[in-house]
Design a protein around this ligand. Structure first.
Ligand code: ARG
Ligand code: GLU
Length: 728
């Protein structure tokens, strides 16, 4: 009986995917679980500060994505959508790398990208004991003063840690400031574009397939890190040489299959695992629905315009993608939170917390949930005003943000400065108007304004909107029409002429421009009526959350807590597996090239495919990358990921690269707040597809030759813990 129970327990451990994004320094503490789940190397092989380990192959790419080192000559792999802006910058009408792809035939042909960085983690260290005891007592209840005190302590620790080195260091808070880690990094500044497939592979499926499974996107691009002759970071220069890494990931093409252990190592951006029910209530019932509604309203306008004109389609492709990515994610998040009954569960947990706090006779813990409740009651209107300000000004009609760039000119002080500013503005006009359609912008404004006015407390709305009632009989469309009709900011010719006026005259034109006035009013109402109070409440919520999370930890000492993602290096583990997203529906774990052909629509913006790819498919010419006459393209695994994990390596039990993360399924997007082991799946490009595209499609075999390929699957090796081969 006892044996059965133990077996049952082990079985369930094996069966369940695992929530959590683990700090690499804490892996030793969960090493047993990792081995039970199937890992075949040691925690020290993954993260070591004494010798090369897998962490030395993980790169924070351009600050927002992850990349990984895949050759001893500094070659790194990331997503196409992570390399997108670099690829776009390199592209011109003559050399349209977005459309046709790019493959450097040798190192001399690799393209430099000024400003693009690649950062490695040298080490992380828990410095909580050097921070918490040294925060002055009077700062402990005042978030701003506490921040200042912690900032000073952290700076001193960081400075001391990197003295005499070329490294950078920073001290970051975890668990709402209950712990602090020192993070030492090395940042390379010469990162060159080596290869990218055409968008018809790298973005195949476009926004229609975004957040969706089955997926058939070859979302990858390849770069190389260059260093000075001493192998240290150097400014971009012809004198630089390929960086020799401390570790590079072997690539396994020997066959990955459903059920295999998998782990992901990267830089997830932001999760909110420990939110109170009051916060979840806000996200679920206010923030997400309102933002979805706002974005749907502008997408209706933009999609319609894009369908009816090729010019608008090209002009708005990027903006549309930016608006729709989060729109689609929030829809999934709301559905997921409802299905999981997250709000009810949070309330139940809070009931248990309150009982325990009473039993422990802890008044501080007894007070914290009522405090949060009270704070959220005050916070919700301010947060709504802030969220919708962001939606209006940063994702809504472009004129509002564009107009803000003319502030110095409208406020005209110094004549010489005004002249210089006018010149600078004249230089940005062509870029702005190239992708701007005034009719689309006006329609977006008309669509969003009524939602904004109905949702934001009147006292927090821009004063200028009062004109709608005082001068336009409550007709907001008429107010918008008048604004666009009279503004010089929405007309390239008129604006160009205005910018050539004498500074005083120009200032007058700007200050009286209705679009400029509207923009100013949006900004000043936000800065005066919303932001200060919003900051005060956010700080007080932060203080309460620190106590709340600390209390949860004290009440549950046996449980290992993982701190919310905060763009620091994390490892999640699980396995390669499909899912049952809804009753009656099954997602298989793998997709193949057959699916690309099924989805193929000749000439379509999202579903066109290159001729060469179709030919390779017809001939089943997959080289050594295919499996029984099929070519794997993507797979899903049960790894806990979020935004920022794009480009992260998915590794097998031996730490060999099998997949490149780029998305989650739609049914997973609530995992930032609550993870569901049955449903949450991240989506990866299969490394066999990456190599097939590089080698067979693009003929860039020389890149594959740089990599260390492993051809035996994991089970074929001797059981037990194995030695990780480390370079150098
Ligand atoms: N959903 C992914 C992420 O959140 C991919 C976005 C890029 N792809 C796209 N089709 N828009 O970043
Ligand atoms: N595409 C996301 C990124 O750029 C990853 C998807 C997710 O949010 O999991 O990081």
């Amino acid at each position: 009986m006892r044996k059965l129970l133990v077996l049952g327990f082990l079985f369930s451990l094996h069966l369940r995917a695992h929530e959590g994004m683990w700090l690499p320094t804490l892996l030793k503490g969960i090493e047993g679980d990792l081995h039970t789940a199937g890992l075949r190397i040691t925690a020290e092989d993954i993260y070591s500060i004494n010798h090369g380990s897998i962490k030395d192959a993980i790169v924070h790419f351009g600050g927002g994505c992850t990349a990984e080192v895949i050759s001893t000559q500094g070659l790194i792999l990331t997503n196409h959508h992570c390399g997108f802006s670099a690829i776009q910058e390199q592209s011109s009408l003559e050399n349209d790398y977005l459309k046709h792809g790019f493959w450097a035939k040798d190192k001399a042909a690799e393209l430099r990208n000024p400003g693009l960085t690649a950062t490695f983690i040298i080490r992380m260290e828990d410095v909580t004991d050097r921070i918490l005891p040294n925060i002055p007592a009077e700062a402990s209840d005042n978030e701003a003063r506490r921040r200042e005190a912690v900032g000073k302590l952290g700076e001193a620790i960081a400075k001391e840690a990197v003295a005499g080195t070329h490294y950078q260091a920073v001290v970051r808070p975890f668990n709402y400031g209950n712990s602090y880690f020192l993070i030492i990094t090395e940042t390379f500044r010469d990162v060159r574009l080596v290869g990218t497939p055409p968008s018809s592979i790298g973005k195949f499926g476009g926004d229609t397939d975004n957040w969706m499974w089955p997926r058939h996107t070859g979302d990858f691009s390849i770069f190389r890190i260059y260093a000075g002759a001493d192998n240290k970071p150097a400014d971009p220069s012809d004198a630089n040489v390929p960086f020799v890494p401390r570790h590079s990931l072997p690539v396994n093409i020997g066959g990955v299959k459903e059920g295999d252990f998998a782990m992901i190592f990267g830089f997830p951006g932001n999760t909110q695992r420990y939110l109170s029910s009051y916060a979840v209530d806000y996200v679920l019932n206010t923030a997400d629905p309102l933002r979805i509604k706002m974005r749907r309203a502008s997408l209706d306008v933009i999609d319609d315009a894009m369908r009816s004109s090729d010019k608008t389609r090209i002009q708005y492709a990027d903006k549309q993608a930016g608006i729709s990515n989060a729109w689609k994610k929030w829809i999934g998040e709301v559905r997921g939170l409802k299905e999981l009954r997250t709000l009810d569960k949070k309330r139940e947990q809070e009931g248990i917390f309150t009982d325990k706090a009473q039993k422990m006779d802890r008044t501080d813990l007894q007070a914290v949930l009522p405090t949060l409740k009270d704070l959220y009651a005050q916070y919700v209107p301010l947060a709504t005003a802030r969220d919708l300000f962001v939606e209006m000004v940063y994702y809504g009609p472009e004129v509002l943000r564009f107009a803000d760039g003319f502030r110095e000119l409208a406020e005209a002080g110094d004549e010489a400065k005004s002249k210089a500013k006018a010149e600078e503005r004249l230089s940005v006009l062509p870029g702005f108007f190239k992708d701007y359609d005034v009719e689309v912008d006006k329609r977006v404004f008309k669509a969003l304004l009524p939602i904004y006015r109905a949702s934001v407390p009147v006292a927090m709305q821009p004063a200028v909107l009062k004109e709608i009632d005082t001068r336009f009989k409550g007709n907001s469309d008429a107010w918008v029409d008048a604004l666009y009709a009279r503004s010089v900011l929405v007309d390239e010719a008129k604006l160009t002429a205005a910018l050539k006026l004498k500074p005083k005259k120009l200032a007058k034109v700007m200050a009286n421009d209705p679009a400029y006035k509207a923009s100013r009013s949006f900004f000043s109402s936000f800065l005066e009526q919303v932001r200060p109070q919003h900051a005060v409440l956010s700080d007080r919520i932060e203080t309460a959350m620190r106590t709340y999370v600390k209390g949860m930890m004290e009440m549950d000492p046996g449980r290992t807590f993982w701190p919310d993602a905060n763009s620091t290096l994390r490892l999640s583990y699980g396995k390669v597996e499909g899912s049952v997203p809804r009753d009656g529906a099954v997602y298989e774990a793998f997709s193949t090239l057959d699916g690309v052909v099924e989805k193929y629509i000749p000439g379509d913006a999202e579903f066109d495919a290159p001729q060469r790819l179709l030919e390779l498919h017809a001939a089943k010419d997959y080289g050594e990358y295919g499996v029984n006459g099929t070519m794997p393209v993507c797979f899903t695994s049960s790894l806990h990921t979020t935004g920022g994990n794009s480009g992260s390596p998915v590794l097998n039990a031996r730490g060999e690269l099998i997949g490149l993360n780029f998305d989650r399924t739609w049914e997973s997007t609530m995992s930032d707040i609550q993870f569901d082991p049955d449903k949450c799946r991240n989506i990866c490009v299969d490394l066999r597809y990456v190599l097939f595209i590089v080698d067979k499609f693009a003929g860039a075999k020389h890149l594959v030759d740089e990599m260390q390929l492993v051809r035996n699957p994991v089970e074929a090796s001797i059981p037990g813990i194995i030695q990780l081969p480390i370079h150098r």
